[in-house]
Design a binder for this molecule. Structure first.
Ligand code: HEM
Length: 439
């Protein structure tokens, strides 16, 4: 017989707290119940932020688990990588990995910098800019070029509109409460969402058809069309469409939120020295550095890592369901239990990160962290496919903007974050005033 760790008797108060305080909501639970702890439910959900518990999950045989939230298939497509398990997951990852490997990022760097410069050129002195909106638009443009190869303005605008309508239609309420996913005679948020999904599918099917007719290019769609398993099997069009939707849903809002958090943290008055040190490092590259040089700056990298630590976007991501028992820190968890590596607990452990609430990139220069201590992109066989792309985009956008522009936060009020779709982002959207070019 398996055993479950202690935990609250109902998960409803924690869900309410999660909506209000997604980053901080889980730490009080570990103080009260210990680590790991368990949310009751069908299935019960065991959370751990202890490196030993996380190691047990991330190093187990991948066939120990399947993704828990299969019902999310209505949003991201039933055949998408994030919902696949076992052999189909292994096969899809193998086919999709090559375009996302570090070395390929060089090819995308020029486009990322150019798009970041184009957005910054529209900033006017004195203007207030809501950074999460501008960054969402920017990272969507990056995805459209890098993933779909869409470069002409009209095509980009039309597809961006469909994608934004679609992703913004995935409200946290629809995502968290499947009972609300009813059409109610063609009215209401779910019926609207289904209409948007139909329009998006039609546009993607058209792009896939065009991609097959045009032949190989540099973009990810065309690499997916050409990808073959060892037996020479390609992906069919329906699977490619589901994977494309996943890449957009998983890839654009996340990166935009991470950059918005970095801008927020760097411009808080208590972090003025951090911003100063970063500007010095950026200035040392001289005018118009190559994207690759920006990508290699150690302090810029430390700033991005500290942002991802201090403001985890996915506080408790991608629950896995046990297909067989698993030992986690002395508990023999039975098959059927849900398990989660709780990033928002792991990243705030005093013993690993002294003064965990402080934004201090220096900690990433002073020591290195194991994949069970620092896990912004999750881990094991399901570690984020877009991690190299997201980290590179963060560095290039921040580097490009901060080399040229002086910005200041419009409000001095601290921002503790709020849930946006499936992610924890800044509640304020990070409003900033453009002060002018750097003197
Ligand atoms: C700062 C930005 C990002 C963060 C913090 C982030 C975080 C994550 C996390 C925590 C997971 C779950 C990993 C796990 O289950 O252990 C994940 C999965 C995934 N992410 Fe990201 N992500 C980011 C950007 C991106 C980008 C840019 C893309 C692609 C364009 C992407 C594509 C994916 C995919 C496809 C998966 C599913 C992997 C699988 O199940 O095998 N992500 N991401």
């Amino acid at each position: 017989m398996g055993t479950l760790p202690p935990g609250p008797r109902t998960s409803i108060p924690s869900l309410v707290r999660y909506m209000r305080d997604p980053i901080g909501c889980m730490q009080p639970l570990t103080q009260k119940y210990g680590d790991p702890f368990c949310f009751p439910g069908k299935p019960p959900l065991v959370m751990t932020g202890d490196p030993a518990g996380i190691k047990a999950i991330y190093t187990a045989d991948p066939d120990t688990f399947e993704p828990l939230n299969q019902d999310l298939g209505v949003f991201i497509g039933p055949r998408s990588l994030i919902l696949a398990s076992g052999a189909p997951h292994k096969r899809a990852r193998k086919l999709m990995m090559p375009p996302f490997q570090g070395a390929r990022m060089r090819a995308y760097g020029e486009q990322m910098v150019r798009l970041a410069e184009e957005r910054a050129a529209t900033f006017q002195v004195g203007q207030t800019v809501t950074m999460s909106d501008v960054l969402q638009e920017l990272s969507l443009a990056v995805i459209l070029q890098v993933v779909f190869g869409v470069t002409e303005r009209a095509g980009m605008d039309a597809l961006a509109k469909l994608l934004l309508e679609f992703t913004n239609g995935i409200s946290p309420l629809l995502a968290l409460f499947p009972a609300l996913r009813r059409e109610f005679g063609g009215i209401g948020p779910y019926a609207r969402f289904l209409g948007r999904r139909r329009r998006l599918h039609a546009a993607l099917d058209e792009l896939i058809k065009k991609g097959r007719a045009t032949g190989p290019r540099e973009d990810i769609l065309s690499l997916l069309l050409a990808a073959r398993t060892e037996d020479g099997e390609p992906m069919d069009d329906d699977e490619i469409r589901d994977q494309l939707i996943l890449l957009v849903v998983a890839g654009h809002e996340t990166t935009a939120i991470a950059i918005a958090w970095a801008l927020y943290a760097l411009h808080r008055p208590e972090n003025a020295a951090t911003l100063g040190r970063l500007r010095e490092e950026l200035a040392s590259l001289g005018p118009d550095p190559e994207p690759e040089k920006l990508g290699k700056l150690p302090y810029l990298e430390a700033v991005c890592n500290e942002t991802l630590r201090r403001f985890p976007l996915a506080p408790a991501p991608a629950p896995r369901k046990l297909l067989r028992p698993l030992d986690v820190m002395g508990y023999n968890l039975p098959a059927g239990t849900g398990v989660v590596a709780a990033i928002s607990v792991a990243h705030f452990r005093e013993d690993v990160y002294p003064e965990p609430m402080r934004f201090s990139p220096e900690r990433f220069l002073d020591r290195s962290y194991s994949p069970f201590e620092f896990l912004p992109y999750g881990g094991g066989a399901r570690r984020c496919l877009g991690a190299a792309m997201a980290s590179y985009e963060m560095k290039l956008v921040l580097g490009t903007w901060l080399r040229r522009h002086r910005l200041r936060l419009a409000s001095s009020k601290p921002d503790n974050g709020a849930v946006r779709a499936a992610n924890a982002g800044p509640a304020s959207g990070v409003k900033m005033i453009v002060e002018g070019p750097l003197g």
